[in-house]
Design a binder for this molecule. Structure first.
Ligand code: Z5A
Length: 205
């Protein structure tokens, strides 16, 4: 059934995901590959509504389990209604964040039990997983400097630095646990250097 490839891009804030995804999509277009670009949380009509709830700074009291389940609700909507149909039609799908972010942010950042997140992931995803995950790794400090100029922070961006250090650490552990799928890329260099590393990984797909 699955004819296209599924690529996800993740990392701490300011790692350069959006910047690199723009270039990935151009590269795939140049190769004549049709691409569906999406993001998490969000990417569908229902998912974007969930995203607004998740990132709204007014929702400071949200319970961490609620946050986790909303991430997976948005994900379920995206997988069932957008990603799987697109892959089956032969499109490649590039997603700005995916399940690894739930392990990193809710497991690392919020310190929820990683085994419980795995159970939820099994329930929602079953055997479904990306063909390639690009983990853009920068220090929390560099990432924060890059997004400093932004006008307003969302609910999760308001967390303290230690939260993002835990997020980064879980991302790195997952790249060590799943080296075939998750490729850690040093994202502290220039946009072009990072893109060239990404392109060789995409070529291998
Ligand atoms: N979240 C979660 O908790 N659990 C989950 O399961 C999921 C998500 C799926 C929304 O994510 C939030 O949801 C996020 C995680 C959480 N929360 N936080 N915090 P998002 O992806 O929509 O937002 P984000 O993580 O905050 O992404 P971002 O800040 O937009 O960063 P980015 O896309 O990685 O970076 P960028 O926009 O490409 O670049 C940022 C700036 O750096 C920009 O000015 C660029 O021009 C510059 N840049 C980019 N690359 C470079 C290089 N190489 N050198 C210098 N400057 C650069």
């Amino acid at each position: 059934m699955r004819k296209g490839k599924f690529i996800t891009v993740d990392g701490v804030e300011g790692a350069g995901k959006s910047t690199q995804i723009d270039l990935i999509c151009s590269y795939l277009h140049e190769k004549g590959i049709e691409v569906v670009r999406t993001r998490e949380p969000g990417g569908t009509e229902v998912g974007e509504k969930i995203r607004s709830v998740l990132l709204d700074v007014e929702n400071q009291e949200m319970h961490s389990d609620t946050e986790l389940m909303l991430m997976f609700s948005s994900r379920n909507e995206l997988i069932q209604n957008k990603i799987i149909p697109a892959l089956n039609e032969g499109f490649w799908v590039v997603s700005d964040r995916f399940t690894d972010a739930s392990f990193a942010y809710q497991g690392g950042g919020r310190m929820l039990d990683l085994n419980r997140i795995s159970e939820l992931a099994d329930w929602v995803l079953g055997d479904f997983k990306p063909d390639l995950t690009l983990l853009l790794d920068v220090s929390v400090e560099v990432g924060m400097q890059r997004i400093e100029a932004r006008a307003a922070k969302d609910r999760i961006e308001l967390e303290e630095r230690a939260f993002f250090e835990r997020v980064r650490s879980v991302f790195i552990s997952r790249s060590e646990a799943f080296p075939e799928r998750i490729k850690l890329i040093d994202a502290s260099g220039s946009v072009d250097d990072i893109q060239s590393k990404i392109r060789s990984l995409i070529d291998s797909l």
